[in-house]
Design a protein around this ligand. Structure first.
Ligand code: ADP
Ligand code: MG
Length: 681
């Protein structure tokens, strides 16, 4: 923080506190330029100013006139601290600009200088009230007070009745009045106007000039640049420039006599408008100001509000990425919850006994007595078995070439199989004592699908091992015994009669009382095959399913990867949009710097805009992902589960992405020199 008491304030305070602000030798200088030069480091270098010395005192109205290219704008930028001189000194209200840090200069602009430009530079998405109020944005004034003072300033330029209009609804002259009000609202020590009538027709230009003259009467110090001699002629003091030099400066003495501008006799009203006096007598205290959160929020959303479609499109990439991630994690959690619920419903008390391998790697055989033996273990409530029938192919019809197998297997099934496995029939009926001895089959869900059979007609047949079998029923998909899905089930007697099977069980399905599952499991191998229990595989399918539910990750990883790629693309999109936005909004950036924004203010504005853009995309993505999960889970009958890590993580990722994507554009925006930003338009 810098605190400086300018000589201007001291002089005023001690000598002539009640003096009129109309200028004069005894009045403290607001602006002092001493041998100022400016060389633009282009190739070849341009010497825009070649030693300019100029003093402007409080209350003066100075016209600077000169042909185009004579260095007027350069001079104005130096006086307005938007640029630094190559040599020489610039003092503003006594403060040496060369000795001040960038942030202090910005503070100086925010509180001491009002700019008026040829191109008005009004924000079209804002009311003129807010446009004017923005003149105080970087001076650390609260919004309510900003508006109140903006209201007064607009009254001063005769636009008090148009507070809520947009700049686009105003004429050129009215727009320039708004810009003048914005320059005045901070009660600056000096108003710098660069060709304010350049974009206006003659009559409107005249009106602006008389407005400036009136303001001058009220004590405002004004420096007006023009290339129009006729305008300059009527200024109380006239400075003529040519080729980077001051070639003529009328005496300031004339400004002490009342002026007749536009035919109106003027007098000095300074004492009737104490607010203007206050500025000039107050000690210049410069403080660095932070934006208030509400103001920052408003600034960050400018880009979003003014370019909605573009913002929406660039946020879409992020939204898709986040939605994909949330949906993938949500769906896998929901399906896991669904699977676990299903397992719970099917029961965890089913055990299977399968034939293993002999010492020589051959399939071992379970004794035919195994099911009966297992049935005697205490705690066992159901025992059913299937027997794999080797080397039998199944076809839809006789005509299909035998090499086109469906990878279906034929199994003999005991009649109560469904009780043990918990499966259900989709169509038709299961095998019974009568059909078990006949060429009749029941199809697993996948087997039916592969054979192209989706319902059971009387007389429906399939070609099994060289003969016709009638289809009695089709099963629903099987959860705990997936083997059965791809099987064609035939009765034990029928497999012996028609397919030459020996009837050795290959899988025994056992249900045990829930509290004796462990003890039954321990006994199963030795009971099923007392001679070689090591050749028996015992398992608890529900456990395998639980494990599967936990490790459903292969596909998830793929989709998560895709989501991450979408996020990355979204981030690149946001960065892209921000870079374009910075280029497009040069004049806005230049204007903000002129209004007193520091580099930090500009940086934080664009960075927050990028973060906000990404956050909007992220929020939409979370909602979309959650919605997709909910809809899919609902159709599947699962509970909707969206893990906290998924949506919190997804949203947090977007904030980081926004910050990263916005960093470079924000740095570029902050680095942009205000003169260049204003120059390019
Ligand atoms: P005026 O406002 O009187 O028309 P300027 O101050 O804009 O004159 O320009 C004075 C000279 O400096 C011109 O020759 C112009 O081309 C040059 N100039 C102004 N700004 C730049 C810049 N940013 N880079 C290079 N040359 C510049
Ligand atoms: Mg110019």
């Amino acid at each position: 923080m810098t605190s400086v008491t300018g000589p201007g304030a001291t002089a005023t305070g001690s000598h002539h506190p009640e003096r009129t602000p109309c200028g004069g030798k005894g009045v403290a200088p607001v602006l002092q330029l001493d041998q100022v030069t400016k060389v633009y480091p282009t190739v070849p270098p341009v010497q825009a100013l070649r030693g300019v010395s100029l003093t402007v005192r409080r209350g003066e109205l100075v016209g600077i006139v000169g042909p185009s290219g004579s260095g007027k704008t350069t001079l104005l930028h130096l006086m307005g601290t938007l640029d630094r001189p190559s040599s020489g000194t610039v003092r503003l209200t006594g403060l040496d600009v060369a000795e001040m840090a960038d942030a202090d200069l910005a503070a100086l602009r925010a509180t001491r200088i009002g700019f008026v430009f040829q191109q008005f530079f009004l924000a079209e998405h804002q009311t003129i009230l807010d446009n004017v109020a923005d003149g105080l944005l970087y001076a650390g004034v609260r919004q309510a007070e900003r508006r109140e003072r903006a209201c007064e300033a607009l009254d001063l330029v005769d636009l008090g009745s148009r507070l809520w209009s947009r700049p686009t609804q105003l004429s050129g002259g009215q727009r320039q009045r708004v810009a003048i009000a914005r320059a005045l609202v901070g009660e600056p020590a000096i108003v710098l106007a660069d060709e304010p009538t350049g974009n206006l027709d003659q009559a409107t230009g005249q009106a602006i000039l008389s407005l400036l003259a009136q303001l001058h009467e009220r004590g405002v110090t004004i420096l007006l640049i023009t290339h129009d001699r006729a305008i300059a002629e009527r200024m109380p003091r006239r400075v003529e420039m040519l080729d980077g030099r001051i070639v003529h400066d009328t005496t300031t003495a004339t400004s002490q006599t009342p002026q007749t501008l536009n035919g109106t006799a003027l007098s000095c009203y300074a004492d009737q408008t104490p607010s203007w006096r206050r500025v000039m007598t107050a000690a210049p205290v410069i403080t660095r100001r932070k934006l208030r959160p509400a103001d920052l929020g408003r600034l960050a959303s400018v880009g979003l509000r003014t370019r909605r479609l573009r913002a929406g499109m660039s946020a879409l990439g992020i939204a898709i990425g986040v939605a994909a991630i949330v949906a993938v994690l949500g769906l896998s959690s929901s399906s896991q919850a669904g699977l676990l619920a299903e397992i719970d419903q099917l029961g965890t008390n089913m055990l299977t006994v399968q034939n293993g391998q002999t010492l020589f790697g051959q399939p071992a055989e379970l004794p035919k007595t195994a099911p009966a033996m297992i049935g005697r273990i205490s705690g066992v409530t159901a025992v059913q078995d299937t027997a794999y029938v080797p080397n039998v192919d199944v076809f839809r019809s006789q005509l299909i070439p035998s090499i086109d197998t469906n990878a279906l297997s034929v199994q003999a099934a005991s009649l109560g199989l469904l009780h043990a496995t918990g499966d259900t029939l989709a169509h038709g009926s299961f095998l019974n004592a009568a059909t078990a001895t006949e060429p009749v089959a029941v199809l697993g869900a996948l087997a039916a699908q592969r054979l192209g059979i989706d319902r059971v007609f009387p007389g429906e047949r399939i070609w099994v091992g060289g003969q016709w079998f009638y289809v009695a029923g089709i099963l629903n998909p099987v959860v705990l015994a997936p083997d059965i899905d791809t099987s064609v089930l035939v009765g034990f007697p029928a497999t012996e009669t028609y397919l030459g099977s020996d009837g050795h069980p290959s899988t025994v399905y056992v249900r045990a009382q829930t509290d004796s599952v462990d003890s039954v499991q321990a006994l199963l191998a030795s009971t099923a095959n007392p001679e070689t229990p090591s050749q028996v595989n015992v398992s608890q399918p529900s456990q395998a399913l639980v494990a599967r539910a936990d490790a459903q990750s292969a596909l998830n990883d793929l989709f998560l990867g895709l989501g991450a790629v979408a996020l990355l693309v979204g981030a690149v999109g946001v960065a892209n949009i921000m870079i374009i936005s910075v280029l497009e909004r040069r004049s806005e950036i230049g204007l903000r710097r002129a209004l007193g924004a520091t580099k930090g203010h500009v940086r934080v504005q664009f960075l927050s805009e990028a973060i906000l853009l990404a956050a909007v995309g992220g929020a939409v993505g979370v909602v979309l992902g959650a919605l997709a999960t909910a809809v899919y889970a609902h159709t599947k009958g699962w509970a909707t589960v969206i893990p906290t890590e998924a949506w919190v993580g997804g949203f947090a990722a977007t904030l980081i992405i926004g910050a990263v994507a916005g960093l470079l554009p924000a740095l570029r925006a902050a680095r942009m020199s205000p003169t260049q930003a204003l120059w390019t338009v």
